[in-house]
Design a protein around this ligand. Structure first.
Ligand code: RB5
Length: 157
């Protein structure tokens, strides 16, 4: 991954989360990150798997290091994101979990719900997630086990 991609966060949302996504993007840019916004861009009803997929492909293709996906609850986005090979998406509603999922699970996508958390908590979670570092070590064994499940499922056909 090149230096630009390494500083790039891909961000996506559905119609429930356009306003919060805009605040997250401003916050990320203020922190010095580059942002790729895969939509949606209006409050017209849409389907969150489209945006989860668009964001996860960017990560899989090495165009972004990490992703942030927001829908009403964060749940639909996380379920859709976790169907992608190599994506570890965590839906969070507290800063401790947001920090720990980076440190222990090497989560490469943070999800949350615009109907669950307010702007202040959302931005705190973003900071906790981005400012944390993956610990590796024994946690890598467990992440490798998740990858092995993913490989086995793909091969099962
Ligand atoms: C849309 O109404 C809502 O279902 C969606 O934003 C999300 O919460 C799904 O998990």
């Amino acid at each position: 991954m090149n230096a630009t991609a390494n500083k790039t966060i891909v961000v996506g949302c559905d119609h429930a989360a356009c306003d919060l996504k805009a605040k997250v993007i401003t916050h990320l840019e203020e922190k010095g990150y580059l942002v790729t916004d895969v939509g949606t861009y209006t409050s017209d009803s849409c389907n969150y798997p489209d945006y989860a997929h668009a964001a996860c492909v960017k990560i899989q293709q090495g165009e972004a290091a990490l992703g942030i996906l927001i829908c009403g609850t964060g749940i639909g986005m996380s379920i859709a994101a976790n169907k992608h090979r190599g994506i570890r998406a965590a839906v969070c509603a507290d800063t401790f979990s947001a920090r720990m999922t980076r440190m222990h699970n090497d989560a490469n996508v943070l999800c949350f719900g615009a109907r669950v958390v307010g702007e202040g908590l959302a931005l705190d979670m973003v900071d906790a997630y981005l400012d944390a570092a993956y610990m590796g070590g024994k946690h890598q064994t467990r992440v490798d086990m998740i990858t092995a499940i993913e490989d086995a499922e793909a091969n099962r056909g």
